[in-house]
Design a protein around this ligand. Structure first.
Ligand code: UDP
Length: 240
């Protein structure tokens, strides 16, 4: 039995203008996301230090949570209690909590990885109610719109989008306008979930160096342009 936190407004701490919720545990975050709806957004020290007006407002308009040790320490310095919640584990915690009671929509990854993800979820959670799913390679603007329509039509309680940034943020923003739910962007999580891509060894994760491990494994990631992420945030911000 977990406590129901949904009636309690969690503490929110201002870290250089970035507002982060101080959740004492994962259940508190999940309860709050369920009560409030919106995008759950991972916040770490890098995002706080590199924040600009746009990145700040997307976090501040949504549900920012402490994803990294730096963010946890900063929150604790402000006298609030917070735990480190890894985004790549959070989606599975959300499924753990709600597979018997809520509906899910699963989007993203290459068709084979996507199918394997849905199959693995159905094996792990035989009672899971997946009301819709689609791989992450949409057929142009028409395909994208059809997917937004389908989410609005099926009205899932939880939507996971694993397409990488900024595509997933743009899509979630457009979907949220049509249908309120818990949304989480998952990047390459389905590749990890299905064993297509290995997660960094524990040491790297414990030392907040998973990003470095991934850069070494996939050097082309360095080329990715931060401007697109900022643009996505701008669009997201103006949708709320
Ligand atoms: N992807 C997708 N649709 C696209 C482009 C990418 O579904 O149009 C998927 C891709 O197959 C991979 C994920 O999105 O599973 C991106 O992973 P990455 O690790 O680059 O994302 P990040 O976590 O860095 O945002």
């Amino acid at each position: 039995m977990h406590n129901n936190h949904s009636d309690i407004e969690p503490k929110r701490v201002d870290l250089r203008g970035v507002k982060v919720y101080a959740f004492p545990d994962r259940d508190a975050l999940i309860d709050y996301a369920d009560a409030r709806k919106g995008l759950v957004v991972a916040v770490n020290a890098e995002k706080i230090l590199n924040a600009n007006d746009l990145t700040r407002s997307i976090i501040n308009n949504n549900i920012g949570y402490t994803d990294g040790s730096g963010a946890v320490m900063a929150v604790r310095q402000k006298g609030a209690d917070a735990v480190k919640i890894a985004g790549c584990e959070l989606w599975l915690s959300i499924i753990d909590r709600f597979h018997g009671s809520k509906s899910f929509y699963i989007i993203g990854a290459k068709p084979k990885v996507h199918e394997a993800t849905v199959a693995k979820l159905r094996t792990l959670y035989p009672d899971i109610n997946i009301v819709g799913s689609h791989h992450g390679y949409l057929d142009g603007e028409a395909g994208r719109q059809a997917l937004i329509d389908d989410v609005a039509d099926k009205k899932p309680d939880v939507v996971f989008v694993a397409m990488g940034s900024p595509t997933q943020e743009l899509l979630m923003a457009d979907m949220f306008k049509r249908h309120k739910a818990i949304y989480q962007g998952l990047g390459g999580s389905f590749d990890v979930f299905t064993g297509t891509v290995q997660r960094a060894p524990k040491w790297w994760i414990d030392h907040n160096l998973e990003f470095a491990y991934r850069l070494i494994k996939q050097p082309k990631r360095i080329k990715r342009n931060i401007k697109y992420v900022v643009y996505a945030w701008w669009l997201l911000t103006h949708n709320f």
